[in-house]
Ligand binder design. Structure first.
Ligand code: URA
Length: 155
């Protein structure tokens, strides 16, 4: 399960997450670990588009959190990949900078389940910062998530 921040303009128009430029890159990132978008579930912290694409406020995030928890309970993902700092902060409660914590496993409890969380950069950040270093980092993070999917340890 991939969790982003909130719908942008394209997503708002189509009513689907990650269908714009960041979504195209996310599709390619998923392809790079040998998966298809249809094999994943993609959603966002907030379900309505924040004006001018601003970061959702903590209040807005909190307002949507029960919806997200329910999505997680229904989907029962084996692994969650958070995209950027907002979902990591709002869902997992990790406030450290994404550059520092990306690639380090976290966990979140939702209902009766503890789910491993792999924090990585948001694809919109990767588009802005299209360096080999950033792309390698994201690829490594997603590979670690896929590795866990294929060979979960003690779960
Ligand atoms: N960015 C997000 O965080 N979510 C989307 O759905 C699209 C862009």
């Amino acid at each position: 399960m991939f969790i982003g921040e909130g719908p942008g303009r394209d997503e708002d128009l189509q009513g689907r997450p990650f269908v714009g430029r960041a979504g195209e890159l996310l599709d390619r990132m998923i392809g790079a670990i040998g998966m298809k978008r249809e094999e994943t579930y993609i959603t966002n912290i907030v379900k309505c588009r924040p004006p001018d694409n601003r970061t959702p406020t903590p209040e807005e995030s909190r307002a949507c959190l029960r919806y997200l928890h329910r999505q997680i309970e229904l989907i029962r993902p084996a692994v969650i990949v958070t995209l950027g700092a907002t979902p990591l902060r709002e869902l997992v409660g990790v406030n450290e900078g994404i550059t520092k914590v990306r690639g380090q496993w976290k966990r979140v409890r939702v209902g009766d389940r503890e789910i491993p969380v792999m924090p990585t950069f948001h694809p919109a950040y990767v588009l802005r910062q299209y360096t080999q270093e950033v792309r390698r980092a994201v690829w490594g993070d997603l590979r670690a998530a896929k590795e866990w999917l294929d060979h979960p340890v003690g779960s």
